[in-house]
Design a binder for this molecule. Sequence first.
Ligand SMILES: NC(=O)c1ccc[n+]([C@@H]2O[C@H](COP(=O)([O-])OP(=O)(O)OC[C@H]3O[C@@H](n4cnc5c(N)ncnc54)[C@H](O)[C@@H]3O)[C@@H](O)[C@H]2O)c1
Length: 429
Amino acid sequence: MATEQREPIAVIGAGYVGLVTAVGFSELGNDVWCVDIDAEKIAMLRGGGVPIYEPGLDQAITANRERLHFTTDLGEALERARLLFVAVGTPPTYSGDADLSAVHDVVDSMPTSDRHALVMKSTVPVGTGAAIKRIFHECGKPDFSYVSCPEFLKEGSALEDFRRPDRVVVGDDGGWAGQAVVDLYAPLEAPLVRTDVASAEMIKLASNAFLATKISFINEIANVCEETGADVLQVAQGVGLDARIGPRFLRAGIGYGGSCFTKDVSALKQLAANTGYHFQLLNAVIEVNELQKRRVLGKLERRLGSLVGQEIALLGVAFKPNTDDMRGASSRILHARLLADGAMVRAYDPVAEDEARPLMQGARFARSALDALDGADACVLVTEWAEFAELDWSEVAKRMRGKVVVDGRNFLDREQVIAAGLIYEGIGR
Ligand SMILES: NC(=O)c1ccc[n+]([C@@H]2O[C@H](COP(=O)([O-])OP(=O)(O)OC[C@H]3O[C@@H](n4cnc5c(N)ncnc54)[C@H](O)[C@@H]3O)[C@@H](O)[C@H]2O)c1
């Protein structure tokens, strides 16, 4: 914990990024005014509740309670803090561009000031910072500072990512605010990348687009492995040990999901298109990812024939383990496709059930994995929660009506599943 006097800051938007950023800085000793327009969320936080599931977050909020101030009143934050971190949502629009309406609501609510800076954590298209500075000029607020400080945390390990970031990117056009943000992050001793605003914005989009490309690439390799008799796990190991490539994001499966990859890849593609450039590679990345989820249906049909009336169990529904986030979750597409093909869907997830229920209508939610598997004709492992590695497959075999296990993340012990008398279908094996 810090001993020196640290600068008070504000974080606008108390979602996955905003809340983690607020809590992370409070751990470093900063007083943080965390502002959200969602009065229910703020009331919950004030009452000691935590609106999202993120490992370690509730303990960290409790431990730093006296430095965390949750409010719906932006005025309070403006009075206390000069650095205003913006962490509001930027979901995709129908056209695939980023929806910046929440960002613009924040910009419009800023007063005339030479003391404040907006520090953009939300992922925004390249050119957004320049546009906001133009708005400030046109609205008689030319001295309002602006810094781009994109966020790279991963849900499921977000707090750890705040504490030990791979890098901190600070983009500005000179002035006091950029250095103030650098000073704020200094205790983390992370590699620092100082850039102009547009480059910082592009670093975020390019990073997510590259990671999504790596996933779609290994998924294409997996599909060719299935046709040629190679095993993608062995292939990925051999490829990933090349230091120029690296082992991470080379896990074949049913495709990426979540709020960020899907929307950021599409936003970058649209951004390029808006300038007249056709980003061909990203079209393929997106298409491969879409098809990858649907390949599971093909695997089930090859084993079961028609899916009409078949009971299919989905193990895990969150878009990845250790989160309750259902945005862009592959389970939603599988669920919709299975219902459309006449199957009955039952599902189990250790934490995401409440989020999932309204999004997966028609699915029956079970209390445990075994309960979901009881009487099922087939199961699909969708989210690689650690507890699924501990399943007793002999017990599963007794409970299931059918025998088909589709391991959508190549996560299970194939030999154990087969030894229990079940049929194992991985991805690319
Ligand atoms: N979730 C991630 O893993 C992640 C990682 C890196 C970057 N990002 C980016 O960070 C941004 C936020 O993402 P998130 O997942 O935290 O979103 P989120 O939807 O969880 O949170 C956004 C919050 O902003 C609040 N909000 C909206 N308008 C507001 C306003 N005018 N004033 C105050 N609060 C307002 C909402 O009520 C909500 O609580 C997005 O641009 C996203 O792309 C997300």
